[in-house]
Design a binder for this molecule. Structure first.
Ligand SMILES: N[C@@H](CCC(=O)N[C@@H](CS)C(=O)NCC(=O)O)C(=O)O
Length: 206
């Protein structure tokens, strides 16, 4: 399988399926298409029908969209979702909430896993998104015991929120102790560490 991703420094949608595929232990190669270059659109058009990344190629199969790729990985490795049906439903609900929502946070605090811009983007709507996300994390971790949202195993729900953990650090969003511990757990995940190391070698945009 080949996962085409955007710049590791900036492409939050790419990070999510990368983490899910890595956590699943699937054999896949990652190919980076750098964003915001004159050649970007042409390079993406060669591999993705939507003109966007991520896209997964598995033989002839093309799977676009971050959450669809995560779901495909979970069909191959079901442990990417919690085993319990009710927990699985909750994990899907919060994953869908991330996928479809939090536009203010995503717009005002775009992912940059290397940059540090404390205080930037702290508009009321983005901070409201940040509070809702911390409430989601607090509820899930109180029920599961952590360190991940659904307990000891990293699931797709964690992959979906991983880019938010980096945003909170980049933009200096105030977090409670539970969120701090969760951010640390995600940052320490081996696949996240690999992604961050690669991102550090990429050029800044602009
Ligand atoms: N809903 C899509 C969003 C994908 C998306 O917006 N990808 C951005 C990069 S993070 C992209 O490909 N942009 C094209 C460009 O910058 O030229 C998903 O979940 O995969």
């Amino acid at each position: 399988m080949v996962l085409y991703v955007g710049s590791k420094r900036y492409s939050s949608w790419s990070l999510r399926p990368y983490l899910a595929l890595a956590q699943a232990g699937l054999d896949f190669e990652t190919r980076v298409i750098h964003l915001d270059r004159p050649t970007t659109a042409g390079e993406i058009a060669l591999v993705s029908p939507t003109g966007r990344v991520p896209v997964l190629h598995d033989g002839e199969l093309r799977i676009w969209d971050s959450l669809a790729i995560c779901e495909y990985a979970a069909e191959l490795v079901p442990a990417l979702w919690p085993a319990d049906r009710a927990q699985r439903a909750r994990a899907r609900a919060i994953s869908a909430e991330m996928h479809a929502g939090f536009a203010a946070l995503r717009t005002n605090m775009t992912m940059d896993v290397i940059g540090r811009f404390p205080g930037q983007g702290h508009v009321p709507e983005a901070l409201a998104d940040a509070r809702r996300i911390q409430a989601i994390w607090a509820d899930a971790i109180a029920a599961s015991g952590g360190p991940y949202l659904f307990g000891r195993a990293f699931t797709i729900a964690d992959a979906m929120y991983a880019p938010v953990t980096t945003r909170f650090v980049t933009y200096g969003v105030e977090v409670d102790a539970t969120a701090r511990a969760y951010i640390d757990a995600i940052t320490a995940h081996p696949a996240m560490q690999r992604w961050l190391a690669d991102a550090a070698l990429e050029p800044a945009k602009g």
